[in-house]
Design a protein around this ligand. Structure first.
Ligand code: C2E
Ligand code: CA
Ligand code: CA
Length: 574
């Protein structure tokens, strides 16, 4: 234990130093307050014994200065004074001294005070460490489910990896799980029900992982974010065996969740990443498992994907698209193609759908199915959408000027464009700038609108209608098919998704769904456009159902404006 003495009287200082050294302490001494202050900062003693009356800086000034510095604020201090004035003692204690002895003191008295101070300070240090541990634990815990959070999960995986160090590839697999459509539960039933569902999910997962008998560490299940959970398994099972283990785990979500009087059905998409060698880190395992899960999601609900080279390449590709899309939009590198829409009854052209196209300098043609979701996630969709709208409107006016009549120009809208609040004003501005008559413009919205605030969506749709444009519901039947919104939205047409049309002639189920959609649309006073029509048989079937229009490769793929002119002749098979 290191003790610092501050005493200006040389003989007293030397006596005290000798006595303490004989007791086994390491002792330094300072000849006044300033000297003591410097030595305390430089050598971090465990205790200071200080005289009061000293030149340059007295004992009170020294105590005050030490207490204001974070490095010495906790240093135990015993003050020695010749004066036994009570107000003097009080001042020393108020400034932060821990004990006070009046000279002349007895040797035992001082040694007693020193041991008491040192043991107190050890207790405080231990309590501080305990406190820090508690804070660290709290920072690694999800307050809702009491599971480890992302940070805690990372630590748990890191500790698993450490245990496997040096013994070949670690037998560790990280599984990431995202609940499918969880936002619907939150939006539909409120966040209290949502929270209860998350707690029940965490309970069931914990149970399932224990049953599987391969859980790693004490806390193998974690909540990584909102509806996303992580599981750490002690396995290096080959891909097919792992897939069946994950499927077995997910079975635990199958029984309906009975919560607050509701019976809720839940599914989860999962991604997994196996530690392939000893260079794997907790962060890379988690990132890769999450990437795999994001790749699985669109194939869901309940889809599973193992992280491999293909996912890795895909992640890199998406990052590149994300990074370069902004410039492509700003520099007008995106093109617009046009796909004709035909009237089923007469074969006449009804109009065109404008579809964004991007020819990337190194990646080649990138599908909008790939770059639109990235544009939506990064927010660039607003500029992209406006640019497609302007190009398509200007193109339509050009065809009008060439003498073409009676056609409509349909443009896709992203939900994100609704959120901006500027949409009706923007559309009005584009109509004004290009001179396109409002009734010739049609905007295609998607069912995911149903996830937005109903009141503001309905208001925006009515403001758009008030401009005189047409509105249609795209990809009908694929999304959050709630019929409730159909009644409230001022729609002119429904577009039946190509996934139904594809099998319409040989799948009785899809045929029945399509028939029902057509009948329902008609009962709401909407017309129906079938997408993805590729064969005459599909067209014949749609004609029978009374579907008004179609669009698809049977007549034409989306083509550049220069090739679209020939479509005005309509569809007349020989
Ligand atoms: P969508 O609006 O459902 O567009 C129809 C998609 O089906 C187009 O794909 C089109 O090329 C394709 N298609 C048309 N006929 C057939 C057919 O007979 N068979 C098959 N198999 N496919 C057919 P594309 O152009 O790749 O667009 C994909 C999606 O990207 C679009 O789906 C739309 O959701 C989105 N998208 C495209 N351009 C824009 C845009 O400017 N803004 C927004 N927000 N989304 C866009
Ligand atoms: Ca569309
Ligand atoms: Ca569509």
């Amino acid at each position: 234990m290191k003790i610092l003495i501050a005493e200006d009287e040389p003989s007293l200082r030397e006596n005290l130093q000798l006595m303490l050294e004989l007791e086994g302490y390491q002792v330094r001494s300072a000849c006044d307050g300033l000297d003591a202050l410097e030595q305390a900062r430089a050598h971090c003693p465990d205790l200071l014994i200080s005289d009061v009356m000293m030149p340059r800086l007295d004992g009170f000034g020294l105590v005050e200065a030490l207490r204001q510095d974070a490095a010495t604020a906790m240093l135990p201090i015993i003050v020695l004074s010749a004066k036994a004035d009570r107000s003097d003692v009080r001042l020393g204690m108020t400034l932060g001294a821990d004990d006070y002895l009046v000279k002349p003191y007895r040797r035992e008295e001082l040694l007693d005070a020193i041991t008491t101070r040192l043991s107190r300070s050890r207790q405080v240090a231990q309590a501080t460490v305990r406190h820090q541990d508690e804070i660290r634990q709290a920072l690694q815990l999800d307050p809702l489910t009491s599971l480890p959070n992302r940070l805690g999960f990372e630590q748990a995986i890191a500790s698993e990896l450490r245990q496997h160090q040096g013994s070949g590839p670690p037998a560790i697999t990280v599984v990431c799980l995202g609940l499918d459509g969880f936002s619907r539960i939150n939006d539909g039933f409120g966040s209290t029900v949502g929270d209860l569902v998350l707690c029940e999910v965490s309970r069931r997962l914990g149970h399932a992982v224990r049953q599987l008998g391969q859980s790693a560490g004490q806390h193998p299940v974690a909540r990584l974010a909102g509806d996303c959970f992580g599981i750490c398994l002690r396995t290096s099972a080959p891909a097919p065996a792992l897939a069946s283990q994950v499927r077995q785990l997910m079975q635990v979500l199958a029984p309906p969740f009975q919560i607050a009087g509701h019976s809720l059905h839940l599914n989860a998409s999962t991604g997994a990443c196996q530690a392939s060698d000893s260079s794997c880190t907790a962060v890379s395992l988690m990132f890769n498992a999450e990437s795999a899960m994001r790749h699985a999601k669109p194939h869901g609900p309940g889809a599973y994907r193992l992280f491999d080279g293909a996912v890795n390449q895909q992640v890199a590709r998406q990052l590149q698209i994300h990074n370069e899309l902004h410039n492509a939009v700003a520099n007008g590198a995106l093109l617009v193609y046009y796909q004709p829409q035909i009237q089923v009854g007469t074969g006449q052209l009804r109009g065109f759908e404008a579809l964004a196209r991007w020819q990337h300098p190194t990646l080649g043609w990138v599908s909008p199915a790939e770059f639109i979701p990235i544009a939506e996630a990064s927010g660039i969709i607003n500029q992209l959408g406006e640019s497609v709208l302007r190009s398509a409107a200007a193109q339509a006016v050009q065809w009008l000027n060439l003498g073409q009549r009676d056609f409509r120009m349909a443009v896709n809208l992203s939900v994100r464009q609704f959120a901006s609040g500027q949409l009706p004003a923007l559309v009005g501005q584009v109509l004004h700038d290009t001179g396109l008559p409002a009734h010739m413009l049609e905007l295609e919205v998607t069912e995911s609108l149903a996830l937005q605030s109903v009141a503001s969506t309905v208001a925006t749709l009515h403001s758009l209608k008030a401009l005189g444009i047409k509105l249609s519901m795209d990809d009908f039947g694929t999304g959050y098919s709630s019929l409730a919104y159909l009644k409230r939205y001022p729609l002119d047409a429904l577009k039946i998704d190509q996934s139904f049309v594809r099998n319409i002639t040989h799948d009785a189920g899809d045929a029945a769904i399509t028939r029902a959609i057509v009948a329902m649309a008609h009962s709401f006073g909407m017309s129906v456009i079938a997408e993805g029509v590729e064969t005459p048989e599909q067209l014949a079937f749609l004609r029978q159902l009374g579907c008004e229009e179609f669009q698809g490769y049977l007549f034409s793929r989306p083509v550049p404006a220069s090739e679209a002119l020939r479509c005005f002749g309509g569809y007349h098979p020989v």
